[in-house]
Design a binder for this molecule. Structure first.
Ligand code: C2E
Ligand code: MG
Ligand code: MG
Length: 447
């Protein structure tokens, strides 16, 4: 018995090495990196020579895992580990921390351009196809770097800065390299300031909803309104929803914000003539939350707005994050009678495939195409193609951002059914919306 135990028991040094090793790839783990960084930091305590830590995260690894299976995912992670190890500069250490996240310490790298250069080299190495036996897979990777001691004097602070830089890379798209800097630190502080004020504004119900008319292009009739969030903070001044919505998403309270906004918007829309619909922007985080459909239905039901009068705008990028869950949520909402519009069409990813796989009711052509329609033939061709495709797929089309009469005319001629933009009306507060409606309905009654 004792002999068996002796055979099976790892030695102290084996236990130590296991505690510092990632079993899948054989690389070191977080503890290994922590020790390396602590040793380096201690060595350089009196000597100001900087060094760099970095984190790399694969882009779109989860869908690959889902599509090809865990074994294929593991195989890719091992190949990534192998490649990273092979291209580490002298003295550098690479470790794996979790899932598809790897980290490294680069003792001889001490400034931003150097880090960017190394990041670009790693990125290139990781972008070559991965061999899975019967198929090849391509992946990109995002990077975040932090330089000691500016970005942090101990391991935890350095890693936090590298994570912030990585996070920024991810937000800018795929395959990006970011080195933590004082501007990024400043931006984070600003985001925290906005977060705090926004949380308070939500609690005290100080975020307003404005409404922008959506018209039928053939007869200029108003058919509905898009709800747009507006926030004027006493200290921060006007903050655009394009700024505060992503902060609420990133910091995990977008559901509270959306609920407050939808409640307000639905209460107002319930008072409009019944033929008018309300279009409401759903944030991308809500397409990964299975409670969304139930929450939306409950809010509009309390507000007295029929589901048939609600349209939810979602973006392609949001759909991409977790396509299966998004599909489920969209199906639930549509079964309840709520329509779905694809917002900012033409600017996201994989538009055409999404249109085939997903069931939408409407497409909103992004302003980027509409604003160039007058003098750019390519934009005109793109819009013509989108309109024809939507006719074939039985989808309604709205052109966003129409600013003048000539754009409206051109879109009408191209067969676009609906339009929205400053030419037809800017976003208005509740009172102005009511006045706008009173005028429209009074004048149409007088005709
Ligand atoms: P979006 O959903 O694409 O909304 C259209 C944006 O274009 C709005 O900007 C609107 O004011 C602006 N716009 C409309 N017509 C014109 C025009 O003719 N010319 C120009 N230059 N701009 C025009 P806004 O209100 O600043 O909103 C920006 C983005 O913030 C929205 O883009 C939407 O993605 C997001 N957002 C706004 N309100 C909400 C909300 O309640 N919830 C969520 N999740 N997102 C919201
Ligand atoms: Mg929208
Ligand atoms: Mg839009």
């Amino acid at each position: 018995m004792a002999a068996v135990e002796k055979l099976g028991e790892p030695s102290i040094s084996e236990i130590e090495s296991m505690a510092y090793t990632d079993p899948l790839t054989g690389l070191g783990n977080r503890y290994r990196l922590r020790d390396k960084v602590r040793t380096l930091a201690a060595e350089r305590a009196d000597d100001p020579a900087p060094f760099t830590v970095g984190i790399v995260n694969l882009d779109g690894f989860k869908p690959i895992n889902d599509l090809f299976g865990i074994a294929a995912g593991d195989e890719i992670l091992c190949q990534v580990a192998h490649r990273l190890k092979a291209c580490m500069p002298t003295g550098a250490t690479v470790t794996r921390h979790s899932g598809d996240e790897f980290a490294f310490v680069l003792p001889l790298l001490f400034e931003r351009t150097g880090a960017e250069r190394v990041g670009a080299m790693f990125k290139e190495v990781l972008s070559a196809p991965y061999d899975l036996g019967d198929r090849h897979v391509r992946l990109s990777a995002s990077f975040g770097f932090a330089i000691f001691p500016f970005a942090g004097e101990d391991f935890d602070d350095l890693m936090k800065s590298a994570e912030t830089a990585l996070y920024r890379s991810k937000r800018r798209g795929t395959g990006k390299v970011t080195v933590y800097s004082s501007e990024i630190a400043q931006e984070m502080r600003r985001a925290t300031q906005i977060e705090q004020a926004l949380r308070n504004a939500i609690i005290s119900d100080n975020i307003e909803v404005y409404f922008q008319p959506i018209v039928s292009l053939s007869d200029d009739r108003t058919v509905g309104f898009e709800a747009l969030a507006r926030w004027n903070d006493p200290d921060l001044g006007f903050v655009s929803p394009a700024v505060f919505v992503p902060i609420a998403e990133e910091r995990g309270f977008i559901d509270a914000l959306t609920e407050a906004l939808l409640r307000r918007a639905a209460q107002m829309a319930a008072t409009w003539p019944r033929e008018l619909f309300l279009s409401f922007n759903l944030s991308s985080a809500q397409l990964t939350d299975r409670r969304t459909s139930q929450i939306v239905r409950s809010i509009i039901s309390k507000a007295g707005l029929e589901p048939e009068r609600l349209e939810l705008e979602i973006t392609e990028t949001a759909v991409m994050a977790d396509a299966e869950m998004a599909q489920q949520i969209v199906t639930d909402l549509r079964e309840a009678g709520i329509r779905i519009a694809l917002d900012d069409f033409g600017t996201g990813q994989s538009s055409l495939g999404r249109l085939r796989d997903f069931t939408f009711d409407k497409v909103k052509i992004d302003r980027a195409f509409v604003c160039r329609i007058a003098d750019d033939e390519a934009s005109e061709h793109i819009i013509r193609a989108i309109v024809t495709m939507c006719q074939g797929l039985n989808l309604e089309v709205v052109a966003e951002g129409i600013e003048d009469f000539s754009e409206a005319l051109k879109l009408k001629a191209l067969g676009c059914g609906m339009g929205q933009g400053y030419f037809y009306g800017r976003p208005m507060d509740c009172d102005a919306t009511q006045k706008y409606l009173d005028e429209k309905y009074l004048s149409s009654a007088a005709e």
